[in-house]
Design a protein. Structure first.
Lengths: 115, 111
């Protein structure tokens, strides 16, 4: 098992551009989570999927953010019209099981810098 | 409400024990977790504890939970320089399973 992978690892973009990140979860993990982490803070929940269904979105997820998991496997997170405040590390985690059997495994993250 | 608090820094000497503390507010939390993050890396799950337990030990790690005071601690015995990292406490929110993280405690281990 290769773990959760995320691409790209780093992204630099200009304000106003669109960016898309990809997360490949551990195979057979049915839940997939997106978090955002800014410098000096812990990760903050953005959204999560169970299979292909997006079940919860945080208030942090403005209309410029959209996430998909079309076939219940990999997921993409798109940010439209990026702003400097979007600069952060975007973390993906996957898990299987529920309750005490659920453990979230995190990917290495995609670091976004908006100039 | 959802809030997890941690002290920001801890410095210890190699070989000493480290104790990292965390308080949380959601009394309905069922599971509490400790993650480790090294520079430039993702989060590594260290251990977790179910809310009906008081203590859990796993090799050099001991987790203590005081549910009445909503206080969680992580003790690392015989701390090594390789333990230097940021440690995050997280509570699992009952609805949906998202994790609510503290701001992290930076542990510095001096030789």
């Amino acid at each position: 098992d290769t773990g959760v992978s995320q691409n790209p690892r780093h992204k630099i973009t200009k304000r106003g551009q669109n960016v898309t990140f990809r997360c490949d979860p551990i195979s057979e993990h049915n839940r997939l989570y997106w978090y955002r982490q800014t410098l000096g803070q812990g990760p903050e929940f953005l959204t999560y999927f169970q299979n292909e269904a997006q079940l919860e979105k945080s208030r942090l997820l403005s209309d410029r953010f959209s996430a998909e998991r079309p076939k219940g496997s990999f997921s993409t997170l798109e940010i439209q019209r990026t702003e400097q405040g979007d600069s952060a590390m975007y973390l993906c985690a996957s898990s299987v099981g529920t309750g005490g059997q659920e453990t979230q495994y995190f990917g290495p993250g995609t670091r976004l810098l908006v100039l | 409400g959802e809030d997890v608090e941690q002290s920001l820094f801890l410095s210890v000497r190699e070989g000493d024990s480290s104790v990292i503390n965390c308080t949380y507010t959601d009394s309905s939390s069922t599971y509490l977790y400790w993650y480790k993050q090294e520079p430039g890396a993702g989060l590594q799950l260290l251990t977790y504890i179910f809310s009906n337990m008081d203590m859990k030990q796993d090799q050099r790690l001991t987790v203590l939970l005081n549910k009445k005071d909503k206080h969680l601690s992580l003790r690392i015995a015989d701390t090594q320089t390789g333990d230097s990292a940021i440690y995050f406490c997280a509570e699992r929110y009952n609805q949906g399973g998202k994790l609510i993280f503290g701001q992290g405690t930076e542990l510095s281990v001096k030789p």
